[in-house]
Design a protein. Structure first.
Length: 222
């Protein structure tokens, strides 16, 4: 789950966990309609490393008629220090077909050990060329509406940015705005460096449409 150098957990992993955590709150409060992620922002205070056990605490900041805003605090277990802060915004899907017919009961799975392969390989994310990464739409990486899951899209954006860096480091902030679902795939992320910040645009190759935009700020490991 670590990036180049294998010393810092990927910020996209923190984004995936936060999206799943607060997404569970969203489906309870917005059900039976399926909530979709509008935006996701992760700010890292101190990078987590291999062997760290991370706890997440998700809370609702605002519950509106159509929009839900949540916050997640990430800490090492048995520590009060916050490692990262994430904010996520959800809206109920306007598609009348996107409902949970039998309701939804969130369940956090029990830990089952380490991933047998790197996370990027697990979800089918590859670097096509420096600055460009693609992730396939396949079972295991989809959201409840059948599109590529938001955390997986964040991973593709981060992979594109990492492929330009050429050295070890981590991303101290990752902000992504979801414009439309990646319903066909693959999702292609193209990163453009702007100093310490990468501007990333992500298209659904199957539809040819822009699906998300992201900004990622890098920082070298000390």
């Amino acid at each position: 789950m670590c990036g180049p150098g294998e010393t810092a957990v990927r910020t996209s992993i923190l984004a995936t966990w936060s999206d799943m955590m607060t997404g569970s709150l969203a489906v309870v409060l917005m059900g039976p309609q399926i909530p979709i992620t509008l935006d996701l922002q992760v700010d890292v205070i101190e990078p987590a490393g291999p062997g760290d056990v991370i706890s997440l605490e998700g809370t609702v900041l605002k519950r509106g008629r159509s929009v839900l805003v949540c916050e997640t605090l990430l800490r090492r277990v048995n520590s009060s220090a916050v490692l990262a802060i994430a904010h996520t915004t959800f809206m109920a899907s306007p598609d009348p077909r996107h409902v949970f017919p039998d309701g939804f009961r969130p369940r956090v799975p029990d830990p089952v050990g380490h991933l047998p392969v790197p996370f990027a390989e697990r979800v089918g994310c590859t670097v096509v060329e420096p600055g460009t990464a693609e992730v396939a739409r396949r079972t295991g990486g989809l959201n409840a509406a059948g599109a590529i899951q938001g955390g997986v899209i964040a991973l593709a954006a981060e992979e594109a940015a990492f492929s330009l860096a050429g050295d070890a480091g981590y991303h101290e902030s990752l902000g992504i705005r979801y414009l439309r679902p990646f319903s066909v795939g693959p999702a292609r992320a193209v990163a453009r460096p702007r100093g310490r910040v990468c501007q990333v645009r992500l298209h659904d190759i199957g539809t040819g449409k822009l699906g998300a935009v992201a900004t990622i700020r890098s920082r070298p490991l000390l």
